[in-house]
Design a protein around this ligand. Structure first.
Ligand SMILES: O=C(O)CCC(=O)N[C@@H](CCC(=O)O)C(=O)O
Ligand SMILES: [Zn+2]
Length: 354
């Protein structure tokens, strides 16, 4: 049933035939081992355990916010199948979201505008993607109101370019510490170890952590900023079509999703292999003449020395590296006007918490 929910949601033909059981309302709910499922809207599914484990977190898992980023959607499919078959025993409240359905069906990053810049209260844009952002924000608001304990949101993506660190977490900027920090600590749990958030990311196979320097209005930022949730954008390899993904490279992520669904503590991994970076500057495409000076195949986290010109723009002039080397992440000269064209980052020490 849950497997079918995923394929029917993704398949335009099935969706347009109007499967009653895939809609919100009485028909869109039922039981699975250890709990209940309820369809809250197209591509929005809530799983509620009969018994919530003592270590459970309230977890939002989203994929397909960009339609051509398929590996996370395949991972969600596997995870739901494991829950449905009883190989995983549901013991935590979960909200599962497939983000931009028309763009998933079209296998495109977005249809009209980048959904992952629209998660802002008071948004005044209109059209399919802004309406979807509003629907998803309402779904997250409702879920965290029903399940306020130890909020966590993992928004799973894949990157356009190769990367020196193929799997990495982007930590949205916030002035506040996440609410999960305030939980009274008990002995023996991995969560009591110093820097436990980072250890979980390491155990899930992340190789780098990138700390944002300002508000970014992404989906993970929404949960962090408005709900004080622990929240990350997770980059899980490179954009590939359905069927071409190497899910074995995501074994750590699979293990984390399993632990979250079963409400189990996760991870005692060390931080030795995890690299930390802080965003120093954001390159914006402010005119039609904006261009990057380096090749399309330059990988994420490639480093550029002082004096190197990274971008040119007939209106705002060149951008030259001035202080210490900078590494580029998500360079993309083809973004919409006034959108982010690259993050420029530097190595840093791990902070105590996200
Ligand atoms: O590879 C790229 O250029 C983009 C990959 C991607 O979609 N990344 C996210 C990051 C969101 C964040 O900054 O938290 C995005 O650009 O929306
Ligand atoms: Zn993405």
């Amino acid at each position: 049933m849950l497997d079918k929910w995923l394929s029917a949601t993704l398949d335009e033909a099935l969706a347009s035939e109007g499967f009653d059981s895939f809609s919100p309302g009485a028909a869109g709910q039922g039981r699975l081992p250890g709990g209940r499922y309820r369809i809250l809207g197209e591509g929005i599914l809530e799983l509620t355990p009969d018994v919530v484990s003592a270590d459970a977190r309230s977890v939002v898992i989203s994929a397909g916010i960009h339609g051509n980023e398929t590996a996370p959607i395949e991972l969600v499919g596997e995870w739901l199948a494991a829950l449905e078959s009883g190989r995983l025993a549901l013991a935590a409240p979960l909200l599962v979201i497939l983000g931009n359905l028309p763009s998933i069906r079209a296998q495109a990053r977005f249809v009209t505008t980048n959904l992952n810049r629209l998660f802002r209260r008071g948004l005044d844009q209109h059209g399919a993607e802004p309406e979807r952002a509003r629907e998803l924000m309402r779904a997250v608001d409702g879920f965290f109101a029903r399940y306020p304990e130890r909020r966590l949101h993992l928004d799973m993506h894949t990157a356009i370019r190769d990367s020196r660190y193929p799997r990495f977490a982007v930590v949205p900027y916030s002035e506040k510490r996440p609410e999960s920090e305030k939980r009274p600590e008990t002995e023996k749990q991995p969560e009591t170890q110093p820097r436990f958030h980072w250890r979980a990311l390491a155990a899930a196979g992340m190789q780098a952590v990138l700390l944002q320097h300002q508000h970014s209005w992404t989906f993970s930022h929404y949960s962090r900023h408005y709900h004080a949730a622990e929240a990350y954008t997770l980059e899980l390899g490179k954009v590939r079509p359905f069927g071409d993904n190497d899910l074995d490279a995501l074994n750590g992520m699979r293990a984390w999703l399993g632990a979250l669904a079963e409400g189990r503590p996760f991870s005692t991994a060390t931080l030795d292999e995890l690299r930390f970076f802080q965003v120093a500057h954001e390159l914006m495409r402010t005119s039609d003449t904006f261009r990057l000076t380096f090749a399309e195949n330059v990988a994420n986290f490639s480093e550029f020395p002082v004096g190197e010109t990274l971008a040119e723009d007939d209106e705002s002039g060149p951008f030259v590296v001035e202080e210490g080397p900078l590494s580029v992440v998500f360079p993309n000269a083809h973004v919409e006007l006034n959108a982010r064209a690259a993050l420029l980052v530097r190595p840093c020490e791990p902070p105590d918490s996200p």
